[in-house]
Design a protein around this ligand. Sequence first.
Ligand SMILES: *Cc1c(COP(=O)(O)O)cnc(C)c1O
Length: 392
Amino acid sequence: MSTASDHLMHVADKPKAVMVRGRGSWLYDREGREYLDFVQGWAVNLLGHCPDVVQRALARQAAELVHAGPGLHNAVSGALAEALAAGTRLDRVFIATSGAEANEGAIKLARKWGAARRGGAYGLITTDGGLHGRTLPTMSASGKPGWDALFEPKVPGFHKVPFGDAAAVEAAIDDATVGIMVEPIQGEAGVVVPPEGYLRELRAIADRHGLLLILDEIQTGMGRTGRLFASEWENVCPDIVTVGKGLGAGVPISAVVAREEICCFEPGDQGGTFAGNPLSCAVGLAVIETISEPAFLERTLQASARLRSGLDAIALRHGGGRARGRGLLLALPLARPVAIEVARIAFERGLLVNAPRPTTIRLVPALNVSDADIDVALERLEACIESALEVA
Ligand SMILES: *Cc1c(COP(=O)(O)O)cnc(C)c1O
């Protein structure tokens, strides 16, 4: 058997293990080793590995219609669009495949709207530390440290301000500005939570200046923070929202959802070979149905409280700060920059967590993670932190 990477481009440093199977919060490699998975494919497997609802939706849809193409209607994409419009309190949906593609769709929609309605305004105010994807325009919109020098020249039209500072957004507005684009909580930056009221202030600024508020809920949406969308915590309705990651619970799908008056795309402006693919849409629908069951997100919030108090207890014993985040998008700040070492030791001991920053451990388990699995994760994590701090 070839090693896993002989013919893959080297775009990330990965452990040698080759994953072959997953069930719920557990992942198994080719050697039969088990891992308690609190990364879940980068906050994607909302319902854990291979959940029955996703298996059923895939099997049923695969037997009916896998792909009809973007030139034809199919029954599932319409139903998913209806569910997403209802869930976001917005009106129209473009279904795409990845988060970056959804964000590019949002950027294009904002530029088209600016051209038609705001005298050619095209600029978007985005934030330092933000992450909106890895295509050239979405990298240009992102504020990830180290990216500013990559793949020059950047796509113009993005003005970055500090995250969490509404006054900085207002100060950055000029004649070319068409909108504001932020994550409700910055995920890849290490679960950075803005001050209470930030989204409400951005909504007010956008209204005052006639700008679009675009929320990138690719990581925070779909129940990740304990509400269907994180903007609900501040009762803010954006003009455009992008959804990805958890929407497909592991199957690639994303969406741009917008208010009716902004939906100014004309035929030919936007599309994609896999746009509205029935197989992924069927899964998206099943996922929305599952997390919309009344008790589902209640349980997620209970799991969040248990995990958070366990993390806080670890912080008390080993220094570092209290857990941050919301729902099951949580981070534990460490006393010393050993997060990468902690994640590495954890992997060896059968726990998957990630280290988005040298002092930050991020945990994004399945929304239906059990109390027993939370307790095992906390116990393993604490032991790994102890080991990492000892050698540091
Ligand atoms: C992951 C992520 C993206 C990019 O999604 P891809 O599917 O990798 O293109 C964009 N925005 C946020 C907030 C994300 O977390």
